[in-house]
Ligand binder design. Structure first.
Ligand code: ZN
Length: 290
């Protein structure tokens, strides 16, 4: 049979297939191959009855996240607050680059709009991101229909109101997340269930920390691939290896001049690019010293 792992707990994998859930285990041969089944995996499995089946094969994954380990994610809701903490386009672009890199569709959600005197400025920012092709939502009402038929994760820095949002749309998940942050015990992670939750005709999972985010962006090789509007404009660059910084005949610089690429996005592209270059230099120096 074929199905999808929707929950893992204490060595058991719960596989959803044909509207039923089967309790399965992974055979020892996965361990030998260094493979671990994760929540989100599409699998072949055997199940004589519902009590215990075996996973036979794990299908190729389109992407994966490490903490918690979940795979084959369709989209991520990036929660950014309008105020407290202040909206931060640089941080947002970091999230977007990382998600593009992992082939996870970003949905941008702005919280705490009620703290603003006027949302005029936020509307301008929203327009810029919508022009790139991103969903940029300013209310829960706009967000909910986007969850249908998708596997969604939620991410955002501390204080943006992630638990408030999850509390409303997935109380079960919010509870789980709260328990973890209250316990302070890192060891608890090992026994914690990883699970998808059914909400609004879709499935959601939480994504707590993104501490490695900075590092990941700093190591992304083809940065221009992860800025959709830069990727598009780069087809008109004279040189194939154009970095869109100083080269003549650059399609990206042209699009920037015409206002087709937003200055803020281009500035962040330049900043991430220099971070990658600095990292490479540090790395080369370390190698030479050895
Ligand atoms: Zn260029």
């Amino acid at each position: 049979m074929q199905g999808r792992i929707i929950k893992s707990l204490a060595g058991f994998y719960y596989v959803e297939a044909d509207g039923q859930v089967f309790q399965t285990r992974a055979r020892g041969n996965f361990r030998k191959k260094g493979q671990t089944p994760y929540v989100g995996d599409f699998v072949d499995f055997s199940a004589e009855d519902n009590s215990e089946g075996y996973i036979l094969k794990i299908h190729d994954r389109k992407n994966s996240l490490v903490r918690p380990p979940i795979v084959n994610i369709d989209q991520a809701v990036v929660i950014m607050s309008a105020k407290e903490p202040e909206f931060n386009a640089n941080l947002l672009d970091r999230f977007l680059v990382l998600l593009e890199h992992k082939f996870i569709r970003p949905v941008i959600y702005i919280s705490k709009l009620d703290l603003l005197d006027s949302i005029a400025e936020m509307e301008i920012i929203a327009d810029q991101y919508r022009r790139i092709g991103y969903d940029f939502v300013l209310s829960q009402k706009e967000l909910l229909p986007l969850l249908k038929d998708q596997v969604t994760v939620f991410m955002g820095q501390t204080g943006v109101g992630k638990s408030t949002l999850l509390n409303t749309i997935a109380p079960e998940l919010a509870l789980e997340t709260g328990e973890i942050s209250d316990s302070l015990g890192r060891g608890r992670h090992t026994t914690r269930a990883v699970s998808f939750y059914d909400v609004y005709d879709g499935k959601i999972a939480d994504t707590p920390g993104f501490s490695s985010l900075d590092y990941e962006v700093k190591t992304i090789e083809d940065l221009s691939e992860d800025f959709p509007e830069i990727r598009k404009a780069s087809h008109f660059c004279k040189f194939r290896s154009c970095s869109h910084t100083h080269e003549p005949g650059c399609g990206v610089k042209l699009a920037l001049e015409k206002g087709d690429i937003w200055q803020s996005r281009y500035d962040n592209y330049l900043q991430f690019l220099s971070e990658i270059e600095n990292r490479r230099e540090t790395y080369t120096k370390t190698i030479k010293r050895k």
